[in-house]
Design a protein around this ligand. Structure first.
Ligand SMILES: Nc1ncnc2c1ncn2[C@@H]1O[C@H](COP(=O)(O)OP(=O)(O)OP(=O)(O)O)[C@@H](O)[C@H]1O
Length: 246
């Protein structure tokens, strides 16, 4: 750790803090994800998934991994942008005026571009029987030349018959996960990642989070599952694993 100078905090997540750091010998910049807790199952899974996917063009590259203050630190390539910054906040986009409202222009070619690259990374993971379980526009990073680098494998794991329901940011969570959320372990497949990709594409087309938590006229929060059903119709969809096969 002494070999890296901390420049700034990039993000704080459930599992730790991500710093922008500079190597004191080479001057090269990296992202350093320092876990906040001692080693847990999720840390080991994140490491093993990042190792298995190492070298894939559309997965963030882990250069090194070490222990600092008894906690795991992962040295990753620094990737400056997030897809959320582009599709939710309009970073780098032109604006247009439509019906008196300022609207972001997200070129369809860009939607096709990032979808194809995310799908490429997911298809590689799924072929290795790994499920990401937290695909959101916040975890899709973009380089200067807009190459997708999938990040945050903190919830990723080898798919198995029964897995925990405690995953995926709600707005991107597949319906089968809500349906069974009372249960301790669930039956679902890699298809849940495809649902998350679909919602990410919908966000990009709309320029906003489509399944965000809203409040009704009585100031009660409408559950995300209800918003999905209201948007797509009653029991509108076959669950993602039925649509896409497992
Ligand atoms: N390699 C990277 N380069 C630049 N920024 C990064 C990199 N990795 C992560 N980040 C930023 O740091 C944030 C948090 O990282 P990450 O999602 O891996 O942490 P986490 O603790 O697992 O978070 P979460 O609670 O969202 O699961 C990301 O949303 C992203 O903006």
């Amino acid at each position: 750790m002494e070999n890296y100078l901390k420049l700034s905090v990039i993000g704080k997540g459930a599992y730790g803090t991500v710093y922008k750091v500079k190597c004191r010998t080479t001057g090269k910049e990296f992202a350093l994800k320092h876990h906040k807790d001692k080693v847990q199952d999720t840390t080991v899974r994140e490491l093993s998934v990042l190792t298995a996917l190492k070298g894939h063009l559309h997965v963030v590259y882990m250069h090194d991994c070490f222990v600092s203050d008894g906690r795991v630190a992962m040295l990753l390539s620094y990737v400056p942008y997030t897809l959320s910054g582009v599709i939710h906040n309009g970073h780098g986009l032109n604006m247009c005026h439509e019906s008196g409202q300022v609207k972001q222009l997200i070129p369809l070619s860009f939607v096709a571009h990032f979808s194809r690259q995310v799908a490429h990374a997911l298809s590689y993971m799924h072929a290795l029987n790994m499920v990401h379980r937290d695909l959101t526009p916040f975890n899709v990073l973009l380089t200067e030349d807009l190459t997708v680098k999938l990040a945050d494998m903190g919830l990723s794991r080898q798919a198995s018959e029964w897995m925990s329901p405690n995953l995926v940011t709600e707005a991107y969570r597949a319906p089968e996960l809500f349906d069974q959320c009372e249960r301790y372990c669930l039956e679902y497949t890699c298809a849940i990642d495809m649902w998350s990709l679909g919602v990410t594409i919908a966000d990009a087309m709309e320029g906003k989070v489509v399944f965000y938590n809203r409040v009704d006229q009585h100031q009660e929060t409408i559950p995300t599952y209800e918003i999905i059903v209201k948007t797509l119709g009653p029991k509108p969809f076959v669950y993602s694993n039925c649509i896409l096969g497992s």
